[in-house]
Write a protein that binds this ligand. Structure first.
Ligand code: TZP
Ligand code: MG
Length: 218
């Protein structure tokens, strides 16, 4: 499958740590979000109390079934082996994860590749790596979903980094219904969120609003 930047419009990221460590609840919420119209999903199981490899594999397989059913791409955070084992569409690589060159060597051509960049130097490097499909940039705003998050960039810096990048940029970190439109107006290809969807009281309406905000961003 060829990468489609439209997938970045309403990109849900998450793992069981984002829903009280409950796998059943996690899969239920993710399926509701898919039914409501998210455009991509990334399985990101993080933290000291994250599920073990066997459980991660079992969940990733179920996510593969669901993403096929709802016809959206599945990315796996920071684990190209798991991505290859479950036949995911792609892998997302952070600056503190495995070296990007190594991931490209092992998985380039077989998996689509997303790469986190939040400085102009990192973007300049990513621009020279054609195997990359998209860039994740953030946190744009303060977030409680990522323990080791860098300081928030703010919208001006997001806008500048987006302009520097030859790859499509998805904004991430602290995006809420209140800053969603302003974030999209920087010209990014879309937004990636954890809590806005997974901690929403009305997940379906939240996803619908994300899709509507993208369609009316100008
Ligand atoms: N990378 C940068 S910020 C972040 C990740 C994974 C967390 C985003 O979570 P939220 O709840 O949408 O702020
Ligand atoms: Mg990572």
């Amino acid at each position: 499958m060829k990468f489609n930047p439209q997938w970045l419009q309403a990109y849900l990221v998450g793992g069981t740590q984002d829903v009280g460590h409950d796998p059943t609840q996690f899969l239920k919420k993710v399926e509701l979000a898919m039914a409501a119209g998210i455009t991509a999903f990334q399985y990101r199981e993080k933290g000291t109390s994250r599920l073990n490899a066997t459980k991660r594999f079992a969940i990733a397989r179920q996510l593969r079934t669901l993403t096929h059913q709802y016809k959206i791409p599945l990315f796996i955070d920071d684990d190209e082996e798991l991505a290859l084992r479950v036949d995911a569409d792609g892998v997302h690589v952070g600056q503190r994860d495995q070296r990007i060159e190594q991931v490209i060597d092992r998985a380039g051509g077989r998996l689509m590749i997303g790469y986190s960049c939040n400085t102009s130097q990192q973007i300049a490097k990513a621009n020279r790596l054609p195997a990359i499909d998209y860039i994740g940039t953030g946190p744009v705003f303060p977030t409680t979903s990522k323990a080791d998050a860098d300081p928030a960039l703010g919208l001006n810096q997001l806008c500048q980094l987006n302009h520097l990048s030859v790859h499509p940029v998805v904004a991430i970190g602290g995006i809420t219904k209140d800053n969603l439109v302003a974030t999209l107006q920087t010209g990014v290809a879309g937004v990636a969120v954890i809590s806005m969807i997974l901690k929403s009281d009305d997940l379906r309406t939240t996803v619908k609003k994300m899709r509507a905000a993208y369609n009316h961003r100008n």
